[in-house]
Design a protein around this ligand. Structure first.
Ligand SMILES: [Cu+2]
Length: 431
């Protein structure tokens, strides 16, 4: 019997945000859903009582910003190669990969790879120093691994196929065990054929909380949200998944003929012991696959949908806030393109990068989120209304080439009306 499974661990999250926005448990379920807005309130007249409601002052955590950098050492706090000791907390999770249908926006449903049938996979949230044990089961016809991005794992647990482990084959299982460190916003993703498997859906957030968190200490936020940014070429994913099914059919036939399988093995897989062996094989006539172009261009795929937690506008979830409230937003760059998240009507504080507190919070209105990077920001509820929060690289605010769409959401004040904001935003999918 497992201590707990992933769904139990994250039930608060899943119950309140099917698309994986994380609300702090204390605030779960508050606030009515508000319509997303397009166009924004640019043409709205200020209501007559605007400004009569005073802003509630933003209260902070009250402590000085004090990032603990451990005397400028980037060494892991705990020896990554140690094993759980008596009294250590070990969280066990079941993670199954399967092919499922996923709706990006109404009428756009893709077949993708999923962790536990959802895109993104469930959020894993533990405290620094605790242990994570994940039982991976592969219920697909392809190979997979899980890479724990940003975590100081022992090398065997790093999830790099043929680099640190054999990829997990169809029907196979693998157990990952590592200590959660360092604290901060991280993520996990499959590392097998990453240009396909990540955009096909195999990614999720991994939040390592700290009991002495400078962001909480200084800003005293009351709610938090996770926004995983990614993009997908739906045509590429469809074609590649179809190719996988076809190839696995051929492999299945070969399995019935062990001699043929033995002959084809190795060369067909394009795997060699070392560079010397590879070069030798080429001299003997082996033709590497890259001699012939796969797609006719260096870009393996051209994204046509841009996603926040697996959804594109107008199906993205909004960030909710109230006057005087402080929220934390964890931005995760899980895709292959950089994004430049811009918030209207506010400055915010950039507080952490790749999980680590910055030397000083930086005041911005636009923050870059890099592929493979995580960026934490803190937003203070100082200007009531419904405000756009979107990638300012405008290509990513489209759905299949149509504006508006993609990486766009709203910072929505639950008490905007009480503050005199009377415009009723609408949802638009054409402009
Ligand atoms: Cu995979």
């Amino acid at each position: 019997m497992k201590e707990q499974n992933l769904n139990e661990q994250t039930k608060n999250i899943l119950a309140t945000r099917r698309d994986f926005f994380k609300y702090a448990a204390s605030m779960a379920g508050t606030g009515a859903m508000m319509a997303l807005a397009w166009p924004m309130a640019a043409t709205a007249k200020l209501a007559s009582n605007a400004g009569t409601e005073p802003l509630t002052p933003v209260t902070s955590g009250g402590k000085e910003w004090k990032p603990n950098w451990g005397h400028y050492s980037a060494a892991p706090k705990h020896n990554p190669r140690s094993m759980p000791g008596i009294g250590d907390r070990v969280h066990e999770f079941d993670m199954a990969i399967s092919v499922e249908k996923h709706e990006i926006v109404p009428k756009v449903v893709v077949s993708g790879f999923t962790f536990n049938k959802t895109i993104p996979g469930p959020e894993i949230r533990i405290f620094e120093g605790e242990w994570v044990k994940v039982h991976l089961k592969n219920n697909t016809d392809d190979f997979h691994t899980i890479h724990w991005h940003g975590i100081q794992v022992p090398c065997e647990m790093d999830g790099v196929p043929l680099g640190t482990q054999w990829p997990v084959g169809p029907g196979e299982t693998f157990t990952y065990l590592f200590r959660a460190q360092p604290a901060g916003t991280h993520f996990y993703h499959c590392h097998q054929m990453t240009p396909l498997h990540i955009q096909a859906g195999l990614f999720g957030s991994l939040i390592v909380e700290s009991k002495d968190d400078p962001v909480m200490n200084t800003f005293g936020y009351s709610r938090e949200y996770t926004m995983i940014l990614s993009e997908i070429d739906t045509n590429y994913v469809r074609d590649e998944l179809n190719r996988m099914l076809k190839e696995m059919g051929i492999m299945g036939k070969m399995n019935k003929s062990p001699s043929l399988m033995g002959e084809m093995n190795g060369l067909m897989m394009g795997q060699f012991k070392n560079r010397k062996e590879f070069v030798k094989a080429v001299k003997r006539g082996y033709i590497p696959p890259y001699v012939h172009s796969k797609h006719g261009a260096p870009n393996v795929s051209v994204p046509n949908f841009f996603l926040i937690n697996g959804k594109a506008y107008p199906m993205t979830e909004e960030l909710q806030i109230r006057r005087g409230e402080t929220i934390r937003v964890r931005l995760i760059g899980a895709g292959t393109e950089p994004h430049f998240m811009h918030l209207h009507g506010h400055d915010f504080w950039h507080v952490c990068q790749d999980g680590h507190p910055l030397p000083q919070p930086i005041r911005l209105n636009t923050v870059p989120v890099y592929p493979g990077g995580t960026t934490d920001i803190v937003i203070q509820g100082t200007n009531p209304g419904h405000w756009h929060f979107h990638d300012h690289s405008d290509k990513a605010t489209t759905n299949n080439g149509h504006f508006p769409g993609g990486m766009m959401t709203m910072l929505a004040y639950e008490d905007a009306e009480a503050a005199g904001f009377k415009f009723h935003p609408v949802v638009a999918v054409d402009s």
